[in-house]
Design a protein around this ligand. Structure first.
Ligand SMILES: [Zn+2]
Length: 427
């Protein structure tokens, strides 16, 4: 668990807990998306389940020194060789339960549910069980540990638990069986019941320093200049950066699959989830990524300020980019809710506009712009930027409503245009 970058404080807290031998039964790992919370939870469980854990002084941790711990602290590490470690590595340890919204496919009898929330059926099926005599479900929580070293339940995106699911879990947390550990992963702890939060041991994860994200993206072949922009937009999240660049493992597998398909004559009965709305060319072309989106949006904003582009053009490009984003999410997992993915995509595009506005304001007051987004325009006054940011906030709020997204976006971009080019607003 020491190779997780940039989370020395969280790792230190977990190492202290492991060494004390008194692990809390309920944990909450909170912090931005894509900074290593889930990976750390899996590593923590692997260490606790290891049959022959190794103790090693922090100073001897071979380049993996935990800076938040003293040099003579004795770290607890998984051995990496025992049956338990090997089972964790290939995802088949019987006492390690990974729970995500995608599991809905195993617990929904209709087989049609989209994985947009963590439903009560997933929580019952994977953790608490259900005592309903008509449809009893065995509780994994109360089953004995199969390898005798405790049981771990890791809930990814725990804030997506529906209210009913949270209540079911809360009941289980009131009297957890011995040697049972539950880790909730969340980027928005406020969406969990206060009573769940107060029962959990909190571990805070941080956004990563920009240079660390740039270095990690460099390992994936991204140039330093591009990586700097992506690191800025993702706010120090490696996970989001890889997601937006289309560099996740699933994307690479998908690209390889499409490349293989491109070399084969296309058969008529292609039943891939994404084939219906893709022409053969579009299906095999690499999907656009955050760098393309940023270039296109910034160019339109530039044009808009000088009256060469209209609000509808911006609204259209936002929609198109968001659809591209959603298409990639669906390729990774056909059970993803397309609407939800598209909303997330629009939120990314609005965030790009926010960063561009921030640059224009810095330009106006003569402040340095560390990693500027592409721009050719002049500065914008604080009043213009303030009005434009208010429009963005309202557009973000509209995302959660069920109203007609395209119309709302067009209306908001019209207001944005009026804010950044007031002299043109009446035309
Ligand atoms: Zn081991």
């Amino acid at each position: 668990m020491l190779n997780i970058v940039g989370q020395s404080r969280a790792i230190g807290q977990l190492q202290r807990a492991l060494s004390s031998g008194r692990l809390a039964s309920t944990w909450m790992f909170a912090g931005p998306q894509g900074v290593g919370k889930f990976t750390t939870a899996c590593a923590m469980a692997r260490t606790a389940l290891c049959e022959a854990p190794v103790r090693k002084a922090n100073r001897h941790a071979d380049g993996l020194h935990v800076s938040s711990l003293p040099d003579d602290f004795m770290l607890t590490l998984a051995c990496g060789h025992c049956e338990s470690c090997k089972a964790c590595d290939v995802g088949v340890h019987p006492d390690l339960h990974l729970i995500s919204r995608q599991l809905v496919r195993f617990h929904d009898s209709s087989g049609k549910s989209k994985a947009s929330t963590l439903s009560i059926s997933v929580i019952r099926g994977e953790i608490t069980g259900d005592s309903n005599p008509e449809r009893p479900v065995e509780s994994k929580l109360y089953k004995r540990s199969q390898r005798g070293r405790g049981k771990w339940f890791i809930i990814d995106e725990a804030d997506l638990m529906q209210h009913e699911a949270q209540n079911a879990l809360l009941k289980a947390l009131e009297e957890p069986p011995p040697q049972t550990y539950l880790v909730m992963i969340t980027a928005s702890p406020a969406d969990l019941l206060t009573t769940i939060r107060s029962r959990s041991q909190q571990v805070q994860f941080n956004a990563l320093p920009t240079d660390m994200v740039i270095k990690q993206l460099g390992l994936q072949g991204v140039t330093a200049a591009d990586a700097a922009i992506v690191a800025r937009l993702s706010g120090g999240s490696i996970g989001c950066s890889l997601d937006w660049l289309g560099l996740m493992e699933a994307d690479k597998a998908d690209a390889a699959k499409r490349a293989a398909r491109a070399n084969k004559p296309r058969a008529g009965g292609d039943d891939d989830a994404d084939s219906a709305d893709d022409s053969p060319d579009a299906a095999d072309a690499p999907p656009s990524n955050i760098l393309d989106w940023t270039t296109a949006i910034c160019k339109l904003l530039d044009d808009m300020v000088v009256g060469r582009a209209g609000a509808m053009q911006l609204a259209t490009i936002i929609q198109k980019n968001a659809e591209d984003y959603a298409r990639r999410q669906l390729r990774r997992d056909p059970l993803t809710s397309k609407e939800q993915a598209k909303r997330a995509g629009i939120a990314i595009m609005l965030a790009i506009i926010g960063h561009w506005l921030d640059d224009r304001l810095r330009q106006y007051i003569g402040a340095a712009i560390e990693v500027p987004l592409p721009a050719t325009t002049h500065a914008l006054s604080p009043a213009s930027v303030r009005r434009a940011l208010a429009v963005l906030r309202s557009a973000e709020n509209h995302l959660d409503s069920n109203a007609h997204q395209a119309l709302l976006l067009a209306a908001n971009m019209t207001a944005l245009r009026a804010a950044v080019s007031p002299q043109l607003a009446g035309r």
